[in-house]
Write a protein of this length. Structure first.
Length: 376
């Protein structure tokens, strides 16, 4: 179970020294914790592959080697880590069906899972909730990318009434997905889900639900929020749509990655207003909890959906199509790096969160430079 499955190992100061960014705090001032032993004398640590490094999302600088012994190690065995921007050769499978209890009107889910499974092998679960007016298959490329790194990713539908939106509905569907994957998995998937390692993730309202899920459900180990939105989103105020930042965030005690889009608050639509965006979630997450904020440069809220010209994508301000694929791939790679570092303790992914690989993304104008993010 989360928070009780083993001692946290703290790497103090690994992220210190970054420039101040949005909301008036310094990225990286928090201690880093992971559930696997990284560093220390003789320990097995991880690094990116040697020799020219990975190509990175746009074929530019990326994949620099972290050095002998890995972060904090002395004389340990260096184990290369796969490039987070490139899907692995594991491949993926896909299953679509109804969430428990399986009635005629119960929401559906699409599950993406590793295509290569060894006997008895189990993988962490990622629960994903979509943004309003979208669907469980609108993020297929991103979620398949995650699955190829060894995750069972359940993208859930949820009940939605546009006149009286219930912000807890995605939480209910993600809870049902845990039951589906751990208690009665479909034959097409098999018993490959590890119910002791669970991530809550989502986009927009779905990202808010992911945080809410972590606040309520002690089985959640980490959160990935894609352009989280803590907004009313209803014609009439309702207790079904409470603000959780900062009102409920004191109980947030698991690592979180908040990916924010620079154009989210832009344009006439202002799809993600600044007072409600992922910056606020990061600010409200307690200081002792690892909390990462990455701003995708010149990128729109609905560009996190597969495809640039989807019908719904036209309703929010967008960045240029020429850089769309590279920035979407950057978001996928950052999510992979966060999960691999947080859940599996692979320290070779830390430079993507705070280090040389993140700086490479900034140099390619994919992620905002730390010295400029304060403007956001």
């Amino acid at each position: 179970m989360a928070r009780t499955g083993g001692a946290w190992l703290w790497g103090l100061g690994a992220l210190c020294g970054a420039a101040a960014v949005g909301c008036g705090y310094a990225v990286g001032a928090d201690p880093v914790k992971s559930k696997a032993g990284a560093g220390g004398s003789g320990a097995t640590t991880f690094s990116t592959a040697t020799g020219g490094g990975g190509a990175g999302p746009t074929g530019g600088a990326g994949g620099a080697t972290t050095g002998s012994g890995g972060a904090g190690g002395s004389g340990g065995t260096v184990v290369p880590v796969p490039d987070p921007f490139v899907p692995t050769a594991m491949g993926t499978g896909e299953w679509t069906g109804t969430l428990p209890p399986g009635g005629l009107f119960d929401p559906e889910a699409t599950v993406y899972f590793p295509g290569t499974v060894l006997p008895g092998e189990k993988f962490p679960i990622v629960l994903f909730a979509h943004e309003l007016d979208l669907g469980d298959t609108d993020y297929a490329a991103t979620l398949s990318h995650l699955a190829s790194f060894g995750y069972v990713v359940a993208s859930v539908e949820y009940d939605y009434n546009p006149l009286d939106t219930d912000h807890h509905a995605p939480v209910d569907s993600m809870t049902a997905a845990i039951e589906l994957l751990t208690q009665s998995p479909p034959a097409a998937i098999g018993a490959i889900s590890d119910g002791t390692r669970i991530v809550a993730a989502g986009h927009g309202l779905g990202a808010k639900a992911a945080v809410w899920m972590a606040l309520e459900n002690g089985s959640i180990d980490a959160v990935v929020g894609l352009d989280a939105l803590d907004d009313e989103q209803g014609i009439i105020p309702s207790s079904k749509r409470p603000s959780i930042t900062p009102e409920m965030m004191a109980g947030m005690d698991v690592p979180a990655l908040y990916l924010v889009t620079e154009r989210g608050p832009a344009g006439l639509s202002e799809c993600v207003p600044r007072p409600s965006n992922g910056c606020r979630f990061r600010e409200a997450t307690p200081a002792g909890v690892p909390r990462y904020l990455m701003v995708l440069e010149d990128f729109g809220h609905l560009q996190l959906v597969d495809g640039y010209n989807c019908l719904a994508c036209l309703t929010c301000d967008r960045g240029p199509q020429a850089t769309h694929d590279a920035k979407q791939l950057a978001a996928r790679g950052l999510a992979v790096a966060f999960l691999e570092y947080t859940l599996r303790g692979k320290a070779g992914y830390l430079p993507y969160l705070a280090g040389v690989e993140l700086e490479a993304l900034r140099a390619q104008n994919l992620v905002r430079d730390a010295t400029a993010e304060w403007q956001f």
